[in-house]
Design a protein around this ligand. Sequence first.
Ligand code: MN
Length: 290
Amino acid sequence: MRLLHTADWHIGRMLRGRSRLDEQQKALDEVLEIAVREKVDCLLVAGDVFDSQAPPAEAERLVYGFFAGLAAKQIPAVVIAGNHDHPRRFEALRPLIERMRIHVRPFVKPPGEGGVIELTAGSERALIAVVPFVPEHKLLDAALMMGAQADRSAAYADRMAGMVEALSSGFTASTVNILLGHVYIAGARAAGSERAIHLAHSYALTPQRFPASASYIALGHLHRPQQIEAPSPMLYSGSLLQLDFGEQGQQKRVVLVDASPGKTARLESIALASGRDLHEVQRRRRFAQV
Ligand SMILES: [Mn+2]
């Protein structure tokens, strides 16, 4: 089964007061082109679709236009909410967009209630376990709903790890097992354009607590493309564009994942060509000639 992993689109994000919708449109067009060209069986979007909880209408037009294009090509997608997205807005859209096989998951759910999405492609079956962003104040609710032992003193990372374990407990040897999450992993390198409060140490999950039974762990949240040492292949695809000057020189990409049951996934980075390269230019001070 072939999957395409992307994250942190931040559609609607401005750069020092300038709109970047034209660039964002081109980048989304490019992702769609890649998905079609590579004949992917599913697109994984690991959160932060929008930059703000109340995105401008133009940003919504870009995003829903993209999904309409994907549906027209009959490519399903699994989309989770990040810390920038409005989960209830996604929830409102869910019943409608679900009909196009765009599976939107704004909230953590138990495996049997939408927390694990089953997908078939040919003779292969994939289980996609989803871990959308959970703000700290919603964590206990989420943990209780997952049926986790409600240890009220457990730290964020512990409780999240418990949920990841519950969600991946149904992974089997005969399925392609995917974990899709918007989480901060301890040891990952930030780019500087993330929301600092959500990169606090208390949010950091230990990569070792992720399951070895996963074929691939597709992450969003950090904008720098990177691979993390973990029991299964774990990657941040990185953001769609260089979102701020801290990301100068970063080649943005999407990740093509070829996964089969019981085998190590084959990964390929596909560079995105559409985003502008950001450069900070320092004006040289001129001295008057004397
Ligand atoms: Mn982000």
